[in-house]
Design a protein around this ligand. Structure first.
Ligand code: ASP
Length: 307
């Protein structure tokens, strides 16, 4: 059964700020990316194509902390990370610290398909992009007023502004195609005010992104330092592979027990070969959407909306 899920970050946006109008905008953004990815699956194309399609749309939408809407580093720049993985072969590609690549998820796919490596960072990753014929984008592409304003507020010590943007807007997608192959992708601008070339969980295979047909495909979001230490993405798949847990039980265990036990706030989306989905988070909300061939279709932010 084909199925896809996407997320737009685990967050702590205060409920009073998510007005009906604001939610309508976010909702439309999620629906567009979800349906585009689902249409790829419906055509019989691969889960890899489907998740790349969804994530590219989210990267181009300034609403999310990925691609165009990436948050700013401490010194006022944008540094983007992304990863992609396919469950049939365990092949993976990832990029970190990009400043001139419009769609990091697609560069991650090129790393997987056309390089002997898994993870490329910084200038070297952008050299590889040029070699592959990827057009570099001026830094100004990533300069959105909203993120700049959040950066300014965070700098002047507005804690609330810092909190809102820190955990907000990373994007990801997981899918299973008609051949029963799963795939996962994650793309992010990281955390606002990050320093010293900080890299989060998103481009780290096993931490923020993972896919294995024997288990499941996972894309995580939240406070990266905790997600890395809890190796959340691999952990969900491993609980299925070694302990025979369902994807829902494995996701719950990792997010509500292991991650929470470390003090980490976040969530993840996951799908297995049979099309079973899990959308689990321990933060107040997680922008998320899912669609499966059995008719399941949801778009939500807070917990109660799924009920
Ligand atoms: N996990 C991302 C990071 O730490 C941030 C997020 O998911 O919002 O870079």
């Amino acid at each position: 059964m084909i199925a896809i899920a996407i997320h737009g970050g685990a967050g702590t946006l205060p409920r009073q700020e998510l007005t009906r109008e604001v939610w309508a905008t976010y909702r439309a953004g999620l629906e567009e990316a979800l349906n585009a990815g689902y249409a790829v699956l419906e055509r019989g194309a691969s889960s890899l194509d489907a998740i790349e399609r969804s994530v590219r749309i989210l990267e181009d939408d300034p609403l999310w902390n990925a691609g165009r809407g990436a948050v700013f580093t401490e010194d006022g720049r944008n540094e983007l990370d992304a990863a992609i993985m396919q469950g049939a072969t365990l092949q993976a590609g990832a990029v970190a610290g990009l400043s001139h690549v419009r769609n990091p998820v697609s560069l991650a796919r090129l790393v997987m398909e056309r390089s002997p490596h898994v993870l490329l960072a910084g200038v070297g990753a952008e050299d590889f992009a040029i070699e592959q014929g990827v057009e570099l984008t001026p830094r100004s592409w990533f300069h959105t007023e909203r993120r700049w304003d959040q950066w300014l507020r965070a700098r002047t010590g507005d804690q609330r502004a810092g909190q809102n943007v820190n955990y907000f807007g990373t994007v990801g997608a997981v899918a299973v195609d008609s051949h029963g192959n799963v795939a996962a992708a994650t793309s992010t601008g990281g955390m606002t005010g990050k320093r010293w070339g900080r890299i989060g969980d998103s481009p780290l295979i096993g931490a923020g992104t993972y896919a294995a047909n024997a288990g499941c495909a996972v894309s995580a979001t939240g406070h990266g330092e905790y997600l890395i230490r809890a190796t959340v993405a691999r952990e969900v798949s491993a609980l299925m592979e070694y302990r025979g847990l369902s994807v829902a039980a494995a996701a719950r265990e990792v997010v509500q027990v292991r991650l929470k036990g470390l003090g980490g706030e976040g969530g993840l989306i996951a799908v297995d070969r049979a099309g079973n989905l899990a959308l689990e988070f321990n933060s107040e909300g997680m922008f998320r959407a899912a669609r499966a061939a059995n008719g399941r279709h949801l778009v939500a932010c807070y917990a109660e909306e799924e009920a």
